[in-house]
Structures are given as C-alpha cells and as structure tokens.
Write a protein that binds this ligand. Structure first.
Ligand code: SF4
Length: 400
C-alpha cells in the first residue's frame, strides 16, 4: 500500500475513502476516454473509495475532460470552473486529454493534472491495495459512456494503444497524447484469453489509431491481429479507429484478415473526399485507393460494417470538395459528418480562407438531407460534439 503524494501538489486535505470521490464528466462519447475513466473509477471502487453525489462532502473531485474540439474544451473548462472553488480544501484532479494539452489557456494552479497516458500517478496519490495497472475496464460504466456508430455499451473493450504516429493538422488528440504507446502483445493476448474464458465472442479493440500499434515496441497491427485470431477460431473483432493509410500500406495482409470474416466492424475515418483537402489535413492516403480497397474487401464477402467520419467545412473547402466528400457517404454502412471548427493553436487553424458561416450552414443542411435520405438511420450530421445534443438523425432548419 502506498501513501505518498505527488510532489508539488497543493492539497491540504488528504484523500479519504470515507468522504469519497465526486465526479464531473462532460466527456462520454470517446471510447478511449470512457475506457480510461471507467478504469479510474474501478480503481477507486475496488480500493474501497466511495463515489458521492455531494460535492461539499467529498475529499476529491475528478473532472474528466476532452479536447477534441473547442466546444469540448469549453464544456471541460466549464466543469473545471465548478470544481475550482473547492481547490485548496479538496483534491481537484483533471483527467482526460485536456490535462496534457499544451495550451496556455488552461490555468493549472492548484490542479492535479493526470493525462491519458499517466494514470499510474493515481497509485502515488491514493492509498490502495490494487494498483491502477492491475485494473481492467472491459465493460464501460453505462453512466460514463454514450455509444454511437455500431458500438454498444455491452461491447467488450480492450485498449491496445494510445497516441498516434500521424500528424493531422487539426488534431488535438495527437497534441495531447503524443506518439503511440502500445500495450505489450502479451498483455493484449492475455486480455483476449481472459475474455474467451468468460465466453466473450466479440472484442472491440480500441486505439487512437490501431494502425500505429506496435511502432514503439517492435511489433505491428497485422501481426497483433494474426496472433489474436490464432487464440481460437470462433470469435470476431471490431476495430476502432484505423487510419486509412494503414489499410492502403498493408492491404494484402489486411484484405486476408477481412476476408476471414472475423473483422465484424472497422472505423476508417476518411475525413474528406477531396485529395487537396486531405493534403491540407496532412493525411497521407489516396482517397480513391482507399475506396477501391474497401470495394475489394466487400467483394470477398467479408461481413464487415464499415464506418467513417467526414469533416465538412474544412478551411478552403469548395463546393466541389464538399460534393466529393458527399460521394463517400454511399461507400460506408454508417457515416458521421462533422462540422469542422478550428482548434486553436493547430496548424489547420492557420489555413485560410475559412468557409463562411452561411456557406457552412448550407453545406450542413445539404449533408443532413442527403444522409437522412440515403442512410436509413445509419448516419447523421453533427455541428458539435456536445454530449447534451441529440446524437442521431436530425433535420436541420430547412429540412422538411
Ligand atoms: S490519425 Fe487520428 S489521432 Fe492520429 S493525428 Fe490524425 S486525427 Fe489525430
């Protein structure tokens, strides 16, 4: 059992199992984040801490944050504002991607910031019998997770890596998490074996980019999948997320794996149908090739649900670019079209001209009409990531 505190933290009241933990969680739609927060909450529950609804009575406030977009940063900052008045009397811990986002906008005074790759710090802060590294989070807590796009609260999640080896010009996740940090192959195989012993027959492998897996440990994603499938013949996997360039680069081996019928779901975030915009996004794949690859995989009879995200209104987007993106909608089983908005301090924020607000609204309206008519409930258009918004097919103002 450890009792020491992190050096340099301004905490006058020690954490107390009796007084308990108060949770502020404005981030529920990101699987890696929900996985890590579930793991954190399991750490407290398994070590005898109480979760309380009384912010006055608690000794620790957890704020789970997200920095994927400015609106998520704003709601995370809003949650932090609720907690800040208690800092000095209680521990206020900022978790999630905002905790390690290099931004001068976050006042870290009196906060304990624990980023997504830093959960081990909890061991040093809280007396415990079970270390955070020994805690599993395969079943996400329903209160901490809002699933979408073919995923479900009942999925059996395994986090295989965090961070990413790509450098998309708009991405705050990479800025927060940095390069890939992979779970050891043996650890992933152990978790799959554990699930198989429990009767699980579908596993949801999650990473910010599965294609980056193994780069830091002398392994790679194809090899991991092959070893996972070798464990038993009768289960499937879902893959979230897979950067399309990896499919292109390792197509022969990936096509075989898809052709086996054992990849039931893949999320390939293509982001745009315009090669010019993909260049401005710093995404290094030929969109035509990716679509050709998907068609080849489908022709093998692979029983895979293909999902994607597409950004609308990226800086300099023309109507021709927008329609090229709209054409991609029919290639996927489930599509989310997201309104692009600048993330401050990213390279994309410096790209001009921006799409005007009026043009942006028009494109979103066209996209919503198209998606509503063509995707039969398996696609939608969203203007921001706010958890309180409906997360389903929606009619924009001029939709009949
Ligand atoms: S692949 Fe995804 S996580 Fe990686 S930099 Fe690009 S948008 Fe960010």
């Amino acid at each position: 059992m450890t009792t020491n505190h992190l050096p340099g933290t301004a905490v006058s009241v020690p954490p107390s199992r009796h007084h308990g933990i108060y949770i502020l969680d404005p981030s529920k739609r990101c699987e890696p984040n929900a996985y890590l927060f579930t793991k954190t909450i399991n750490f407290f529950l398994l070590n005898g801490y109480r979760i309380t609804n009384d912010i006055h009575a608690c000794s620790t406030i957890l704020v789970n944050s997200c920095c994927v977009s400015e609106d998520k940063i704003a709601s995370s900052m809003g949650a932090l504002d609720l907690a800040r008045p208690y800092a000095g009397q209680k521990q206020v811990i900022l978790l999630g991607c905002l905790a390690t986002l290099p931004t001068p906008r976050l006042n870290r005074e009196q906060l304990i910031c624990i980023g997504p790759k830093e959960l081990d710090k909890l061991d040093a802060l809280f007396p415990h019998m079970t270390a955070i590294s020994d805690i599993s989070a395969h079943q996400l807590h329903h209160e901490l997770y809002e699933p979408g796009q073919g995923l479900d609260r009942g999925d059996y999640f395994i986090l295989i890596a965090q961070g990413c080896n790509n450098s998309c010009s708009y991405c705050n996740i990479k800025r927060s998490k940095g390069g890939v940090a992979s779970e050891p192959v043996t650890a992933v195989l152990y978790r799959v074996r554990q699930g198989l012993d429990l009767g699980v027959r579908e596993f949801t492998l999650i990473a910010d980019d599965c294609g980056s897996y193994g780069h830091d440990i002398g392994s790679d994603f194809v090899s991991l999948l092959q070893q996972i499938f070798a464990l038993a013949p009768d289960f499937t996997v879902k893959l979230l997320y897979l950067y399309p360039e990896y499919l292109q680069r390792r197509f022969e081996e990936m096509a075989q794996l898809f052709g086996s019928g054992r990849i039931s779901y893949v999320h390939l975030p293509v982001q745009s149908g315009s090669q010019r915009l993909l260049g401005l996004m710093n995404r290094s794949y030929a969109i035509e090739k990716v679509i050709e690859n998907i068609r080849i995989i489908r022709s093998t009879g692979a029983r895979t649900t293909f999902c994607t995200h597409i950004l609308v209104n990226f800086p300099t987007e023309t109507m021709a670019d927008f329609f090229a993106s709209l054409e991609l909608v029919d290639e996927f089983d489930d599509v989310i079209m997201l309104h692009y908005s600048d993330n401050q301090e990213t390279a994309a924020a410096m790209v001009y001209p921006k799409v005007t607000p009026q043009e942006a609204e028009e494109r979103l309206a066209i996209a919503a009409q198209y998606v509503n008519r063509h995707k039969n409930g398996h696609g939608f258009v969203i203007k921001n990531f706010d958890c309180t918004l409906p997360y389903g097919p929606q009619a924009l103002p001029n939709e009949g």
